[in-house]
Design a protein around this ligand. Structure first.
Ligand code: ADP
Length: 541
């Protein structure tokens, strides 16, 4: 074998921010802070402060390989953690503060986090679990001396004081590109959360893929605001992708409501954003109620759960392109992104909307297989269902600290996503359901996502969940649990009528239950297990 004669320069996240600091030195990073005011600085500043942070970590006695946890919103200090911690050869372990406190304690202990960095918001949460955090040596509050809280927490340090003591130059270690730089636990709707350990290499490759025109489509002329939190799968890679191309970054902090987002989008001229459907539902309602629109937005990436066609349609009416995308904590997360091909130019509006509502085509670097029960590939006809398997350099090969993982064992070399999907000849994948959420009626599968998308297409519906209820004759039957929009009224019959002609008769839900609100997971997905419980056992709801 003849080896290529190219330089073995490792792919490191440090090189991403260094690149931004050199060639986009004055490009801004704007943050809404937890303390209140808007903060502005540049990529040059972020680079200098990440080095101060790296020096501070070394001064705290932390070593390469150590895990350092963060409990923080999207903001410039959190960005410094991504680079300062990862670049030091340590692991930036982003923790989802919306998890139950016991789960957070479990995660911190399982990851063996030695130091935690926290926003002011999460001090009470940490006070509640401090006794259980046996391995944590210090907690760094991401604020300045003037805003340091009074707290019972031991070993509380002030972020700005730590940085002020340190020089703005750090001798970054020469790392192998397979060194771990980041970590995120799955939200663990079944069993304990599991840790996914990202490497420098996987993060850089993922960021390159994220910037591609058919993915986020980012460039130096863009202004990007990740609504998706930096504690949810690295904000889908935006904190690495934006500096890679020199896009201006805008961080929303803790304020993710419609009014606050609209204000930042307009004030900063945001062109690209990303987040889960729940956030956009709230924004769309706010825009509608206040007669506003988004004047600079070009593309909104929507994923994490299925994006209803009606949402794509409403943004389209404002001249905004929706990029429906699919991913998982285990896949860094981007795996599928939906843009049309040139051959789709002639599609009429309905066909174009149907295409855009699929989860998208495989992004280069992630291989996809759709297999049946026996492990054989199903036809790529857009109709045949199967289990989705993936592999690639941005897909996890196992979980931190766990010897075995069933998801990696069913088809060795592949990761079992737990999703049931179809794929068509052009590679467009449609998620039918999570394996555990699919409704099996008379031996046939009914997609809960399809039913939910149709239900939220009704103008009076705010949110809808389709779940299986046990049925003597059919095994399971679909039932809808619906939240009606404020001020609107809706009957069971009116809602069920919208299903006529849209799905086969036997797929139409048997019944509708109207509720005040639906429960969500820590990552904003409908909590199907609890909804099933609400329906089958109303006394507990
Ligand atoms: P968790 O549910 O633990 O938070 P992830 O955030 O990694 O884990 O969620 C991954 C799952 O979310 C996927 O396996 C899939 O079921 C679902 N998902 C992600 N994006 C989409 C999408 N665009 N449409 C439908 N389901 C999606």
């Amino acid at each position: 074998m003849l080896r290529g004669m190219m330089m073995g320069v490792p792919l490191l996240v440090t090189s991403v921010l260094r690149h931004a600091a050199r060639y986009h030195a004055d490009t801004e990073i704007v943050s809404r802070t937890t303390e209140g005011p808007i903060h502005r600085y540049t990529y040059a500043d972020a680079w200098a402060r990440s080095q101060r942070l790296a020096n501070a970590l070394a001064a705290l006695g932390l070593q390469p390989g150590d895990r350092v946890g963060t409990l923080a919103w999207n903001g410039y200090r959190h960005l410094e953690c991504y680079y300062g911690i990862g670049g030091s050869g340590m692991v930036c372990h982003t923790i989802n503060p919306r998890l139950f406190p016991e789960q957070i304690a479990y995660i911190v202990n399982h990851a063996e986090d030695r130091v935690l960095f926290t926003d002011l918001t999460f001090i009470p949460l940490l006070e509640g679990i401090a006794d259980h955090l046996t391995g944590v040596k210090a907690i760094v509050v991401m604020t300045d001396a003037a805003n340091m809280p009074r707290s019972s927490l031991p070993n509380l340090l002030c972020y700005e004081d730590l940085l002020a003591e340190q020089p703005a130059e750090f001798a970054w270690p020469d790392l192998d590109e397979n060194t771990a730089c980041g970590m995120c636990y799955t939200s663990g709707t079944t069993g304990n959360p599991k840790g996914v350990l990202y490497s420098h290499r996987s993060s850089v490759l993922h960021a390159m893929a994220a910037c591609l025109p058919d993915v986020f489509g980012l460039s130096a002329s863009d202004v990007v605001l990740p609504v998706v939190p930096m504690f949810h799968v690295n904000a889908w890679g935006v904190p690495y992708a934006a500096p890679m191309v020199g896009a201006k970054l805008v961080f929303p902090g803790a304020k993710l409501d419609g009014a606050s987002l609209h204000e930042l989008f307009e004030a900063e001229g945001v062109t690209n954003t990303a987040g889960v459907p729940t956030v956009w539902l709230a924004l769309l309602n706010w825009l509608h109620a206040n007669g506003k629109t988004l004047t600079t937005m070009r593309r909104i990436a929507i994923g994490g759960s299925s994006c209803p066609p009606v949402m794509i349609q409403r943004f389209k009416e404002m001249g905004i392109e929706v990029l429906h995308a699919w991913g998982m904590t285990e896949t860094s997360p981007l795996g599928l992104a939906n843009t049309p091909k040139s051959k789709h130019r002639g599609l009429d509006a309905d066909e174009a909307l149907a295409l855009a509502s699929k989860q998208g085509r495989p992004i280069f670097g992630v291989q996809f297989r759709v297999v049946d029960e026996s492990g054989a590939d199903v036809p790529r006809d857009g109709r045949s269902f199967g289990r989705l398997l993936v592999r690639g350099p941005t897909v996890c090969s196992g979980y931190f600290g766990l010897d075995s993982s069933p998801a990696h064992e069913t088809e060795p070399g592949w990761f079992e996503t737990g999703d049931v999907v179809t794929m068509d000849g052009d590679g467009y994948v449609q998620i039918v359901d999570r394996t555990k959420d699919v409704i099996k009626s008379g031996g046939e599968w009914i997609s809960s996502i399809d039913l939910e998308n149709i239900a939220v297409g009704h103008p009076a519906v705010q949110e809808a969940a389709a779940v299986a209820i046990p049925d003597e004759k059919w095994g399971e039957r679909p039932m809808l649990v619906v939240v009606v929009k404020e001020g609107a009224s809706l009957t069971r019959e009116e809602l069920l009528a919208v299903f006529e002609g849209k799905v086969a008769k036997w797929c139409i839900p048997d019944d509708v239950r109207f509720v005040e609100a639906l429960p969500h997971t820590a990552t904003g997905k409908l909590l199907k297990s609890t909804i099933r419980e609400m329906v089958t056992n109303p006394a507990t709801a």
